[in-house]
Design a protein. Structure first.
Length: 399
C-alpha cells in the first residue's frame, strides 16, 4: 500500500493530509514537522492571537485527536534533514528514515535576518512562541521599534499600539507597502498609522541595534525596549536544493504543483508555481495558497488530473481598517489605479489596471465583493474607468 509523506507542519501540510484522506488515500500517511506543536495557522500570530482576541487553541488547524482518527503519523519535533530520491526516503534529525511513494514539500519560509550589528537580540515573527514573546513585550508604556513596513511589520505595529505601547516603524522606502500597493494606495496605510499615533520613519535605514535603542543611518537614535524585525521572508528550499530539484525563488513546480521529480510535489510559501491564468511562475507568501494548493497537490499525488489557478488572495486588519485583496500585480506592472468610494473615510475599493483590464482589487471596509472582483479579473474584459469608479453601478454590470 502506497506511503505518502508530507514535510512541513504548517497549514499547507495539515490541509494536504486532510485532502489525501478525503480523496481516498488509505495507505500510510506521515506528516513531518520541525516544531513540537501540531500544525497551526500563521495569520493569527500577527492578528487575533497577537492582539489577544483569539485563544491559543484557535490557531491549530485540526483538533489534537483528528490526526489519530485519520491515521496520520505525526512526526513532530524532528526536522527532515535530507531527501534521498534514489531510495525514496526522508532522513530525520533523530536518525530515522521515512520511506515514501509520493512526497509533498510544504516547508514554508523563514524570516529574513537584519544584517546590522546588534540585531541578533531582535524579535522576529514566524512561530507561535514568537507571537507570544512579542505580545508579552509590547505592553502599555513600552517602547517598541518595528523595522520593516510590510504587512507583518504594520500588523505588529498596530497590535502593539492598541496594547498601549509607544511604536515607531522604520521603513527604507518612501511609504509602507510601496512595492505591493504603489504610491496611490500605500499612502492610505501611512495616514492610518500616523492617525493612530505610530511614529513612521520612512526612507530610513538601520545602522545598529543597541541596548535600549535603534540607531538609524542618519544619526537618529530611537529609544527601544523591544525591537521587532519584519523585513520579508525567504522560502525554505535547502532540502529541495540538496536533493537536486529545480529551484528558483522557491521550488519550481508546474500548474499541477509537481516538481522536476514526478514523485515530489510542493505547496504553500515554498512553491514557485506556474499559474495558468497569469502565464508565469509566481510564488505567493499568503495564507490562501497554503489553504488551497494542498488539495491540488494531493490530487496529483493520487494520480488525478488537477491544476491550481486560484488568484492570489490576502487580508489584513489594522486599527479600524479591514481589507481583502484579490489578484496579482507586479511593481510597475499597472498603468492606472481606479478608486471607488472614499479613501479618507476608509470605505473604498481600489482597482489596479493595465490597458483597461483589471489585474487586482482591494476592498477596504467594503464587504462581500471579492467574488465579483475576482470575476472581473478572470474575464480579462476591458472596463470603463469612469463606470468602475461609480459606486452606483454594480460590479456585476461592468462587463
Amino acid at each position: 500500500m502506497a506511503a505518502h509523506v508530507i514535510i512541513g507542519g504548517g497549514l499547507a501540510g495539515a490541509k494536504a493530509a486532510e485532502a489525501l484522506r478525503d480523496k481516498g488515500h488509505d495507505g500510510e500517511l506521515v506528516l513531518i514537522g520541525e516544531e513540537p506543536h501540531r500544525p497551526y495557522e500563521r495569520p493569527p500570530l500577527s492578528k487575533g492571537y497577537l492582539t489577544g482576541q483569539s485563544a491559543r487553541d484557535e490557531v491549530f488547524v485540526h483538533p489534537s485527536d483528528w490526526y489519530r482518527e485519520h491515521k496520520v503519523d505525526l512526526r513532530l519535533g524532528s526536522a527532515a534533514t535530507a531527501i534521498d530520491r534514489s531510495s525514496r526516503s526522508v532522513a530525520l534529525a533523530d536518525g530515522s528514515h521515512v520511506p515514501y511513494d509520493k512526497l509533498l514539500l510544504a516547508t514554508g519560509s523563514s524570516p529574513r535576518r537584519l544584517p546590522v550589528p546588534g540585531a541578533d537580540g531582535a524579535l522576529y515573527l514566524r512561530r507561535l512562541e514568537d507571537s507570544e514573546a512579542i505580545k508579552a513585550a509590547a505592553t502599555s508604556g513600552q517602547r517598541v521599534v518595528v523595522i520593516g513596513g510590510g504587512w507583518i511589520g504594520l500588523e505588529v505595529a498596530a497590535a502593539a499600539r492598541q496594547a498601549g505601547a509607544q511604536v515607531a516603524v522604520v521603513e527604507m522606502l518612501e511609504l509602507p507597502l510601496l512595492r505591493v500597493l504603489g504610491p496611490e494606495v500605500a499612502a492610505v496605510y501611512a495616514d492610518l498609522h500616523r492617525a493612530n499615533g505610530v511614529d513612521l520613519r520612512l526612507g530610513a535605514s538601520v545602522r545598529e541595534v543597541a541596548a535600549g535603542r535603534v540607531e538609524l543611518a542618519d544619526g537618529t537614535s530611537l529609544a527601544a525596549d523591544t525591537v521587532v524585525v519584519g523585513v520579508g521572508i525567504t522560502p525554505n528550499t535547502a532540502l529541495a536544493e540538496a536533493a537536486g530539484l529545480s529551484v528558483d525563488n522557491g521550488v519550481l513546480v508546474d500548474a499541477t504543483l509537481r516538481t522536476s521529480d514526478p514523485d515530489i510535489f510542493a505547496a504553500g510559501d515554498v512553491a514557485n508555481a506556474l499559474h495558468p491564468l497569469l502565464g508565469k511562475h509566481i510564488r505567493v507568501e499568503h495564507w490562501a495558497n497554503a489553504l488551497n494548493q494542498p488539495a491540488v497537490a494531493a490530487a496529483g499525488m493520487l494520480g488525478a488530473d488537477a491544476s491550481y489557478d486560484e488568484l492570489p488572495y490576502f487580508y489584513t486588519d489594522q486599527f479600524n481598517l479591514g481589507m481583502e485583496y484579490i489578484g496579482y500585480v507586479e511593481p510597475d506592472g499597472y498603468d492606472n489605479v481606479v478608486v471607488r468610494g472614499d479613501t479618507g473615510a476608509l470605505e473604498f475599493i481600489a482597482f489596479w489596471l493595465r490597458d483597461g483590464r483589471i489585474l487586482a482589487g482591494m476592498n477596504v471596509n467594503v464587504w462581500d465583493v471579492v467574488d465579483p472582483i475576482k470575476a472581473l479579473i478572470r474575464s480579462g474584459a476591458t472596463v470603463d474607468p469612469a463606470r468602475l469608479a461609480d459606486p452606483a453601478i454594480p460590479l456585476d454590470d461592468l462587463t
